[in-house]
Design a protein around this ligand. Structure first.
Ligand SMILES: [Zn+2]
Ligand SMILES: [Zn+2]
Length: 78
């Protein structure tokens, strides 16, 4: 489980590797870029506006321990 963005940078075919954030309003996850549509997994622009729901300022960093927690929940079925 990575806490880094695995999207692809537009025009470069490089892994994005930026920090991942979650929109606390709609639950969308992705990275933040200083320009629109830089990464295939971009969810926030420079003003912290969510590209999915349009909410501004509801961005939280997905911390490694948090990801581990959710990952554990998801694999609880076994
Ligand atoms: Zn990204
Ligand atoms: Zn949102």
């Amino acid at each position: 489980m990575t806490t880094r963005c695995d999207g692809v940078r537009t025009g470069f075919s490089l892994r994005c590797n930026a920090s991942l954030y979650r929109c606390t309003h709609c639950g969308a996850t992705g990275c933040t870029q200083n320009k629109p549509a830089i990464c295939s997994n971009q969810t926030f622009d420079v003003s912290e506006k969510c590209t999915q729901c349009g909410t501004v300022g509801q961005r939280e960093l997905i911390a490694p321990d948090k990801v581990g927690f959710f990952s554990t929940l998801m694999h609880d079925a076994q």
